[in-house]
Design a protein around this ligand. Structure first.
Ligand SMILES: *Cc1c(COP(=O)(O)O)cnc(C)c1O
Length: 466
C-alpha cells in the first residue's frame, strides 16, 4: 500500500487534477479545498479531524446521518455476496425486494419500478416512457411528445432533464441542444408575478396552466413538476391545492403527470413523498437522492399499471422500452436502500420528524427580524432563507456581491457546511439531526448572516437575480 498522502498533498492534487461540479475553478484554485475524510451522524470530519455540521445533508441526500450502523451493515453484508451483476437479462434479490417495498410505500396506483443511477436519469426515463407510451397508445393521432413545466424548474443536468428545466444560469448556454417545451410561471408567492397574495389570489397563476392544457393537450405527453417545493430554484413552495389541481387538469385532458420527487422524496417535506400532502398519485414518479439514505447512487422511476401495460406486446411489435444503464439495479445500492426503508420503520423517522419540524420552525422564526432576511420558506426539512438588499422593496443583492457564498464561508469557519443558491441560504439537515444540533445549526447560520459585512459591489447585474 502506498503511504497515505498528507492533507497538503491532497489539496495540491485536487487543484491540479480535478474539475468540480457547479464550480468556478479559477476561484477554487485560489482557495483551500476542504477535504472530508469521515462522517458521523450529523457531522462531516476533515482530514485534520475538524468537525462540521452537514447543513446540506451532503447535497440533500443523507437522511439518517453518516455511518448509520444499519446502513453500513447492509452494504458490508451485500459485499460478502456480490458487488454488482447486470440487470439486463438477469435479476438480483435486493433489487427485487426493494421494488416490492417501494410499491408498498408509494402513492397508491404506482405499481412498477424501473431503476437507474441518479436523479437526472430517473427523469429522462420518465420523459421517454411518457413519449413512447403515447406513441403506442394512439398511433393514429398526432405526435404527443411535448412537455409542460414550470419556469425555474430543475430536473437534473442531462440534456433531456435540462430541456424541461428552466434556470437561466444553468441552462441558457445549452439552448441549441434542447427540445422545445411549454413553460409557465411558477407560483412564486414572495415575488408573485401577478402581484397577488395567497389565499385571496385563489391561485390565479393556475389559469395559464389550465389554458395550455385545454388548448394544447393534443401535443402534450406530460406535465413535469417538483411537488410542493421547487428546490434548486431557491426553495419556492407551492400553495396548498396547487398540485392537486394540476393532477385534476392532467386527468381531465389526458396528459401524464410526472412528479420529480428526487429532492422531496423520503421524508424531506415531513411525509414519505411530497405528493401525499395533496393526496396525489402521479403517472410517473422520479426518485433518487434520499433513496439510499444518501449512501449510494441509485434512482428509480415508478409508474402505473396502465403505462406498464402500454409497453406489452409481441417481441416484433418493438414496444420494448429500449433503455438501461450498466449499473441498473445495482445490488449494493438496492441493499442500502432497503436498509434505509427499514430504518424509517424501526426508528419511526417520520413520526419523530413531525415534532422536529415544528421545533425547526420555532428556531427559524426570529431570523425574520434580521434586516437582510427577506423571506423564510420552509416545507418540513427543506428551508430557504432569501437575503435581500432592502426588505420593503425586496430589492435583491446583485449576484456579484455573492452574499450567499460569503455567509456560507463564515458559517464554515464556525463549523457548519452550507451550499447556497444565489442569495438564498439553504438548510437541509439530515432528518436524524438532534434538537441540540439543529439549534446549533440555526445559531451559526444566524450569526453568519449578521456578521457579513457588505460594503461595495458592482450594482449592474441584478438581471440575473430571481
Ligand atoms: C438533484 C435533483 C435532480 C438531479 O439528480 P442528480 O442525481 O443530481 O442527477 C433532479 N430533480 C430534482 C428535483 C433534484 O433536486
Amino acid at each position: 500500500m502506498a503511504r497515505t498522502p498528507t492533507t497538503q498533498q491532497l489539496k495540491d492534487w485536487d487543484r491540479r487534477y480535478l474539475w468540480h461540479p457547479f464550480t468556478q475553478m479559477r476561484e477554487w484554485e485560489q482557495e483551500e479545498p476542504l477535504i472530508i475524510e469521515r462522517g458521523k451522524g450529523s457531522y462531516l470530519i476533515d482530514t485534520e479531524g475538524k468537525k462540521y455540521l452537514d447543513g446540506t445533508s451532503s447535497i440533500w441526500v443523507n437522511l439518517h446521518g453518516h455511518r448509520h450502523p444499519t446502513l453500513d451493515r447492509a452494504i458490508k453484508k451485500q459485499l460478502d455476496k456480490i458487488a454488482h451483476s447486470t440487470f439486463l437479462g438477469l435479476s438480483n434479490p435486493p433489487a427485487i425486494e426493494l421494488a416490492r417495498e417501494l410499491i408498498r410505500i408509494a402513492p397508491k396506483g404506482l405499481t412498477r419500478v424501473f431503476y437507474s443511477d441518479n436523479g437526472s436519469t430517473a427523469v429522462e426515463i420518465a420523459l421517454k416512457m411518457a413519449v413512447q407510451y403515447w406513441q403506442q397508445q394512439h398511433p393514429e393521432t398526432g405526435p404527443k411528445h411535448t412537455f409542460l413545466h414550470l419556469k425555474l424548474a430543475y430536473h437534473g443536468d442531462t440534456i433531456g432533464a435540462v430541456s424541461v428545466g428552466n434556470i437561466d444560469l444553468f441552462h441558457a448556454r445549452f439552448k441549441p441542444l434542447l427540445f422545445p417545451t411549454v413553460e409557465v410561471e411558477p407560483p412564486h408567492c414572495y415575488r408573485c408575478p401577478l402581484k397577488l397574495t395567497y389565499p385571496s389570489c385563489n391561485i390565479a397563476c393556475m389559469e395559464p396552466i389550465a389554458d395550455i392544457l385545454k388548448n394544447r393537450h393534443r401535443e402534450l405527453a406530460g406535465v413535469i413538476i417538483e411537488p410542493i417545493m421547487q428546490a434548486a430554484a431557491g426553495m419556492i413552495p407551492q400553495p396548498p391545492g396547487y398540485l392537486k389541481r394540476i393532477r385534476e387538469l392532467c386527468t381531465q385532458y389526458k396528459v401524464l403527470l410526472i412528479v420529480d420527487e428526487v429532492a422531496t422524496g423520503f421524508g424531506r417535506t415531513g411525509k414519505m413523498f411530497a405528493c401525499e400532502h395533496e393526496g396525489v398519485t402521479p403517472d410517473l414518479m422520479a426518485l433518487s437522492k434520499g433513496l439510499t439514505g444518501g449512501y449510494m447512487p441509485l434512482a428509480a422511476t415508478l409508474t402505473t399499471d396502465a403505462i406498464y401495460q402500454g409497453f406489452l406486446g409481441r417481441y416484433d411489435e418493438f414496444k420494448t422500452f429500449f433503455h438501461g444503464h450498466s449499473f441498473t439495479g445495482n445490488p449494493l445500492g438496492c441493499s442500502v436502500a432497503l436498509a434505509n426503508l427499514h430504518v424509517f420503520r424501526q426508528e419511526k423517522t417520520l413520526a419523530r420528524l413531525a415534532t422536529k419540524i415544528k421545533f425547526f420552525s420555532r428556531l427559524l422564526a426570529p431570523l425574520a427580524a434580521i434586516p437582510r432576511v427577506g423571506d423564510i420558506r420552509q416545507r418540513g426539512f427543506m428551508v430557504g432563507i432569501e437575503l435581500v438588499k432592502e426588505k420593503t422593496t425586496k430589492a435583491p443583492y446583485p449576484l456579484s456581491a455573492k452574499v450567499g457564498h460569503r455567509v456560507s464561508a463564515i458559517a464554515r469557519s464556525k463549523g457548519l457546511i452550507l451550499r447556497p443558491i444565489g442569495n438564498v441560504l439553504v438548510l437541509m439537515p439530515p432528518l436524524s439531526i438532534s434538537k441540540g444540533e439543529l439549534k446549533k445549526t440555526v445559531e451559526i447560520l444566524k450569526q453568519s448572516i449578521e456578521t457579513l459585512q457588505i460594503n461595495s459591489y458592482s450594482n449592474d447585474d441584478t438581471h440575473n437575480n430571481r
